[in-house]
Design a protein around this ligand. Structure first.
Ligand SMILES: Nc1ncnc2c1ncn2[C@@H]1O[C@H](COP(=O)(O)OP(=O)(O)OP(=O)(O)O)[C@@H](O)[C@H]1O
Ligand SMILES: CC(C)(CO)[C@@H](O)C(=O)[O-]
Ligand code: BAL
Length: 299
């Protein structure tokens, strides 16, 4: 028999931690029936100022309960990737959510998210095999599968993601549209360190020396954006030149695309994306560029 909800299932004055998807779903339905909006911020934990910004953006609409999910999703990691060593710091993550006045932390177990026999997944379409997907086969199938499960469990009014993972954000937009999820997907500009490095949980893997090399990614993007009025070739050359100055990093790709990640236009809004390895740590970044029309466009 299902246990009735109690006041401990949602405490308006503190963050409530939920682990059971079915129980959280009942709490959410009660909140929505009471007229509350629900905003979802999906994360893999090891929260930093980028995640804090997502939680703040999630609160802009009045009368909203923010649900932060913390789940290191095995389905989106390849066999030789960093699933086992991915940083896990649950208690301090909950403290951060409390400080940012999130209402609920949802931290399910792998067994609850993927019960034995679970087989159905979400196929991302052709974009899922490009850029990040070309280097990490199956990654976006894993991302879209877990995000669609989170959408169904949490039934948010809107869901907030970072532009740092730009291809992920585009694919989630497409999934929400193509599969008729009744919610708004919100993208938040990348939060950076003072020198430009995009905040990322994986920055914690970097040695102090590697940390200095890592800033080359954002420096290359900025150099490209500065010459955007000269067109695509100039943008790519400027960015390549900066990357070439740091032989310690190995570039997986540097690509200029349209904002929807189709081919870049000759003039107008485009996106410059980079992925590189600094030692064994893989980092990604991207920036908005306005091709052929002005010198630079901020995010
Ligand atoms: N610097 C950032 N600025 C804005 N949003 C961010 C930033 N870093 C991550 N996010 C967003 O936070 C959400 C959760 O991401 P995740 O938990 O994987 O953190 P991460 O720092 O991207 O970790 P990783 O190092 O594994 O890529 C995603 O929507 C992601 O785009
Ligand atoms: C969206 C996400 C939480 C799905 O596991 C993850 O890919 C991430 O943290 O960006
Ligand atoms: N932030 C993207 C999650 C991943 O790299 O698996």
């Amino acid at each position: 028999m299902t246990k009735p909800l109690t006041k401990d299932d949602y405490r308006p004055d503190d963050v409530t931690v939920h682990r059971d998807p079915a129980r959280l779903n009942r709490v959410i339905r009660a909140l929505r029936n009471a007229g509350r909006n629900v905003a979802l911020v999906p994360t893999m934990g090891a929260l930093h100022a980028g995640h804090r910004q997502l939680i703040r953006e999630a609160q802009v609409m009045q009368n909203t309960v923010v649900v932060v999910s913390i789940f290191v999703n095995p389905l989106q990691f390849g066999p030789n990737e960093d699933l086992a060593k991915y940083p896990r710091q649950f208690e301090s993550d909950v403290d951060i959510c409390r400080a940012e006045r999130a209402g609920i932390v949802f931290a399910p177990s792998v067994e609850d998210m993927y019960p034995e026999g679970a087989q159905v997944t979400v196929h991302p379409g052709p974009l899922g095999d490009e850029l990040e997907g070309a280097v990490r086969p199956g990654h976006f199938e894993g991302v879209l599968t877990v995000v669609s499960k989170l959408f169904n469990i949490v039934q948010p009014t809107y869901a907030v993601f970072g532009q740092k993972d730009y291809q992920q954000l585009q694919l989630i937009h497409k999934m929400a549209r193509d599969l008729n999820f009744p919610l708004d997907v919100v993208g938040v500009p990348t939060v950076r360190e003072h020198d430009g490095l995009a905040l990322s949980s994986r920055n914690a893997y970097l040695t102090p020396e590697q940390r200095q090399h890592a800033v080359t990614l954002s420096a290359a993007l900025t150099a490209g954006a500065h010459v955007s009025s000269q067109g695509a070739d100039a943008v790519l050359k400027a960015a390549h030149d900066v990357l070439a100055q740091t032989p310690e990093i190995e570039v997986d790709y540097l690509e200029l695309r349209g904002v929807d990640l189709g081919p870049a236009p000759e003039n107008g809004d485009a996106r410059l994306l980079v992925a590189a390895r600094v030692g064994s740590t893989r980092l990604i970044d991207n920036i908005a560029v306005l091709l052929g029309e002005s010198d630079e466009k901020g995010e």
